[in-house]
Design a binder for this molecule. Structure first.
Ligand code: GLA
Length: 367
């Protein structure tokens, strides 16, 4: 904060996330099981006497500013996430006031670890600190999601913002994406969660994502329910043949994934890493074969991870088509797992991956 000539009044931290299981279920009102990770967006800030927001991004080496009066879209860029969040909070009736600060982060961009949700939740947490607003995590997450949907223009579900807002150290959260209820579930003792970044980034993710979403919405209509969350595996087995083959496979993924996610949370509560790992493996097969959002690189990473004896289970995580996989492993063998998996993947694909053990952290907070 030398840039602003004073010590910061607050330092805010809002994490990225990795999802253990429950993929492409959030926008079907279903269940997800993510954890907030030790990679985050940070804002150090102090209040201003006017209604301006002035932020210096250390990563972009650039200062941006806007006024809370007359918020307007600009071209793309990091500042739009802050502006969109301000717009969303103000539109919901929160009294906002000005601040200035510096922003930095270590959530890799575009890797599927929710760097944008981290930025939105850091911004919301900053406004909450300055304006002395209560931190109601689900309400703030919904407003962050609205910023992403309506201001940034990405049609995401609620998972990323909610885990960034509400995460709990050493736990994953079983989130019911219909009620937004969050139940903390402990990571099985002696296990570690490893993020495996394939170093591939795919375009066209948005259009494929939107297509999957509307396909699921059509299937919900076919079953005459509000969302696919309302269809049980048994109902699907009885009626699913009435769907066209592609819609049937997409719906089958979502319906079975909801079931797996609830079972995964139960396994975690029992400390049963084997069952959790097995469910993660099944999730990957379903995403690859039926939902068709995996990629060659993701499949190669998952295969290499599973080859190691420390691995309980591995799967792609996030929207798919590139980005990261996640593995649950025996913590004692973490170093060897990281080396072997990275080397095996690099040999197979020629890509240089980033593989790291991560810890589960709290959600957005004043650090
Ligand atoms: C992206 C979206 C989330 C969720 C996942 C898939 O990360 O932002 O809302 O839909 O994809 O599970």
């Amino acid at each position: 904060m030398r840039r602003f000539g004073r010590e910061p009044r607050w330092v805010i931290r809002a994490p990225g996330r990795v999802n253990l299981i429950g993929e492409h279920t959030d926008y079907n009102d279903g269940f997800v099981l993510p954890l907030a990770i030790d990679r985050a967006a940070w804002i150090a800030l102090q209040p201003r006497n006017d209604r301006k927001i002035v932020v210096h991004s250390i990563d972009y080496e650039e200062t941006g500013e806007f006024s809370l009066d007359g918020l307007a879209h600009a071209k793309e860029g990091w500042l739009e996430y802050l502006k969109g969040t301000a717009w969303s909070l103000a539109d919901a009736g929160y009294e906002l006031s000005g601040w200035e600060g510096v922003l930095a982060g270590d959530v890799p961009l575009g890797a599927g670890l929710s760097s944008s949700a981290a930025l939105e939740m850091a911004t919301a947490r900053a406004f909450a600190a300055v304006g002395n607003l209560p931190w109601d995590a689900p309400a703030m997450a919904k407003l962050g999601q609205r910023a992403e949907n309506k201001w940034v223009g990405v049609n995401c579900g609620i998972m990323d913002q909610l885990i960034s807002a509400a995460g709990k150290a050493d736990h994953a959260l079983l989130i019911d994406c219909r009620t937004l209820e969050c139940a903390p579930v402990p990571l099985p003792a002696g296990t570690a969660v490893v993020v495996l970044d394939t170093a591939t980034r795919r375009g066209l993710v948005d259009s494929a994502y939107n297509e999957r979403r509307s396909n699921c919405e059509d299937s919900a209509k076919f079953f005459k329910v509000k969302a696919l969350r309302d269809v049980s595996v048994e109902q699907f087995q009885k009626m699913g043949d009435g769907l066209d083959p592609v819609a049937r496979r997409r719906a089958m993924h979502v319906i079975t994934e909801n079931d797996r996610t609830e079972k995964a949370a139960e396994a975690m509560r029992r400390g049963d890493a084997r069952t959790l790992g097995e469910l993660m493996n099944q999730s990957h097969e379903s995403l690859n074969r039926d939902f068709e959002v995996s990629s060659e690189a993701l499949n190669a990473m998952v295969e290499n991870a599973r080859r190691h004896p420390a691995c309980f289970g591995a799967r792609m995580t996030g929207a798919g088509f590139g980005g990261c996989a996640v593995a649950l492993i025996d913590a004692k063998q973490a170093d060897d797992f990281v080396c072997q998996t990275a080397a095996g993947y690099e040999k197979q694909t020629g890509n240089i991956p980033a593989v790291y053990v991560c810890t589960a952290t709290n959600g957005a907070e004043v650090a």
